[in-house]
Design a protein around this ligand. Structure first.
Ligand code: ADP
Ligand code: MG
Length: 207
């Protein structure tokens, strides 16, 4: 089961890992965007962690709602509302204090739909969706195969990694990187890498 302490641990570790990767994410954004992704995302998740530590939510709905609001309010750039929507949808789907892998998967799919709707985007356009879509697909496959939670998480994280890496040769057609057209090819998408870190830190809570 995925539990409330695991979700809180995920947020704390994600905030730290993003901080450790701040300059890497900003460098990636310097190549195909405006060099602020690391700054944006660190500010957003630090605010989310501070808000959760202050309010001490007692169920998933309250926890993910606090994260969502903090991200939307504090993250500059396109990624703020996109990640904010992801967590808002999670707050509407996961309501109790623990969730089965299948329930967590349902929440993630709803979160990803929220990103697609808000961003008018789909996988294959060199965005965070190129990490999320294959990762959730692999998660679903592992659930269907009856694997245990640890193996499900492992499959999710491995697919997230190859999803993020798959953005290297892609042509960007959404977001700021799309302004570069062909020149966006040959660079990793910063949002795809931060989405990988998000799922990697989640996986670490489960394994
Ligand atoms: P900005 O592009 O406004 O400076 P950030 O640098 O924080 O915002 O975030 C850029 C990331 O947001 C991109 O690398 C991409 O992964 C993601 N992104 C941008 N636009 C979209 C979209 N329409 N749909 C999904 N993801 C998007
Ligand atoms: Mg940017």
């Amino acid at each position: 089961m995925f539990t409330l302490p695991m979700a809180k641990g995920w947020l704390a570790s994600l905030s730290k890992v993003l901080e450790d990767n701040r300059s890497r994410l900003t460098d990636l954004d310097a190549a195909i965007g405006d060099a602020d992704h690391g700054i944006n995302i660190c500010r957003g998740f630090a605010a989310a962690l501070a808000s959760v530590e202050k309010e001490n939510p007692t169920d998933f709905a309250a926890l993910f709602k606090l994260i969502s609001v903090a991200l939307i309010k504090n993250t500059g750039g396109a990624s703020g509302p996109l990640y904010g929507t992801f967590f808002l949808k999670l707050s509407l789907t996961l309501t109790g204090e623990s969730a089965s892998p299948a329930e967590l998967y349902k929440g993630f799919i709803s979160g990803m739909q929220g990103i697609k709707q808000l961003g008018h985007s789909s996988p294959g356009e060199k965005t965070m969706l190129d990490t999320f879509a294959p990762a959730f697909e692999a998660m679903n496959k592992a659930i269907d195969a009856g694997e245990d939670f640890k193996s499900i998480a492992k499959a999710l994280v491995a697919a997230a990694k190859s999803g993020a890496d798959s953005t290297l040769p892609m042509l960007a057609t959404k977001g700021r990187a799309s302004y570069l057209a062909e020149r966006s090819i040959g660079h990793l998408d910063p949002g795809a890498v931060s989405a990988y870190l998000l799922l990697k830190t989640l996986g670490e809570q489960i394994s």
